[in-house]
Design a protein around this ligand. Structure first.
Ligand SMILES: [Zn+2]
Length: 374
């Protein structure tokens, strides 16, 4: 994300939670604002070390709330049969990274609403705790962080429910339009337009605010710019997916395919195929059947002195479900496998026999030819 590194900090309910480096900036900004302006005003007379300590705890609790919001989305999506690759915290909050899009408006509605619903529940719990603490005359040192969490979770819910795609509220709107029109692309177009309008509205609020001297509202301009950019991109992406869902693998695959026999040694593979060859990956075949895919990277990962004794079959990527598809499968179904982090190619197999290969480059070529025809 933004070319910055991400770190996996744990796995909850089987879903990896990762933190992008850009998130440290926002953690620092929130903690800094709390300790230098919010807390000194809310609890004056305390030493600044106390303010810093409480600010750090409040910031951690705030981000824990964001993580719970994302887990609510992810767990509902997973219950609906979608694959969640991970949850990432980054400079603008959190995001649940899904491998597939929701299959129908009902599931989209539930998973989009689950996040803000979690934030509303957290806010309600904090307001309840505040009422109890007030009646028990608890000190303000305890009361103020709870009050902050009550309001911040309420704001997170309200902001995310703004009806502009790709915000949660925009997804809720899209699911309703989708259910009403039966046309997912049209629903995405309208919900994205709303996203762009909302983005411009946020920028306008920021401009008016700054002209009136409230510099805090600059953050609205950043969010507005981000939202309008994302909204435009989201529609283009959806449009592309729909067009790719009309093209079968058989229409873009390269055929016939150069392949390698599984009993070839890695030494021979390196000399006869990778060196001087045009490809960086080859299908591996044993007795006429496809058994996997060998990549240049897999060879690099293998110690050099083992190349003479190890065979291609031993080094190959043999998880067939991840590399093989039939010719009638459409391109949109295999996009995630063509990501740089995945196997990078799909082997097109018909009745166990290799019919062709589709690489990332083939899809990029197809997309750019579609753009030229537009
Ligand atoms: Zn959300």
């Amino acid at each position: 994300m933004f070319g910055l590194r991400s770190f996996t900090i744990g796995r909850f309910f089987g879903i990896p939670l990762e933190v992008n480096s850009s998130w440290f900036l926002v953690f620092f900004l929130v903690a800094y604002t709390l300790s230098t302006s919010y807390l000194p005003a809310a609890m004056p007379g305390q030493p600044s070390s106390v303010h810093v300590f409480i600010a750090l705890a409040m910031t951690a609790a705030f981000f824990a709330s964001i993580v719970l919001h994302e887990f609510a989305h992810s767990l509902v999506a997973r219950a609906g049969g979608l694959k969640i690759s991970r949850i990432t915290l980054f400079v603008f909050g959190g995001v649940s990274q899904m491998e597939d899009e929701p299959t129908g408006p009902g599931l989209e509605f539930l998973m989009a609403f689950a996040g803000p619903a979690m934030s509303l529940v957290l806010s309600a719990v904090c307001f309840g705790a505040m009422a109890l603490m007030r009646s028990a005359h608890v000190t303000s040192t305890l009361l103020i962080p709870v009050q902050y969490l009550a309001y911040i979770n309420l704001s997170v819910a309200v902001f995310n429910l703004l009806p502009g795609f790709p915000l949660d509220g925009g997804r809720v709107l899209r699911s309703i339009l989708w259910a009403l029109t039966g046309d997912m692309l049209k629903a995405t177009r309208w919900a994205s337009r709303m996203g762009q309008l909302l983005g411009y509205a946020l920028i306008a609020i920021a401009v008016v605010g700054v002209l009136n001297g409230s510099l805090d509202l600059i953050w609205f301009a950043v969010m507005g710019w981000f939202l309008s950019t994302l909204a435009g991109a989201a529609y283009q992406q959806q449009l592309l997916k729909v067009r790719l869902s009309e093209v079968p693998l058989s229409a873009v695959m390269s055929s016939p395919v150069a392949f390698v026999s599984s009993d070839t040694t890695l030494e021979e593979m390196a000399h006869s195929y990778f060196l001087g060859g045009r490809h960086s990956r080859y299908p591996v075949v044993s007795e006429g059947k496809v058994i996997g895919l060998i990549e240049l990277q897999a060879m690099r990962d293998m110690p050099r002195d083992e190349w003479a004794s190890k065979t291609v079959g031993e080094a190959a990527h043999t998880d067939l479900a991840a590399v093989v598809a039939t010719p009638d499968v459409t391109i949109d179904r295999v996009l995630s496998r063509l990501e740089p982090s995945g196997p990078g190619a799909v082997l097109v197999v018909e009745d166990g026999r290799l019919a062709g290969i589709v690489t990332r480059a083939d899809v990029i070529r197809l997309v750019s030819s579609m753009d030229r025809q537009q």
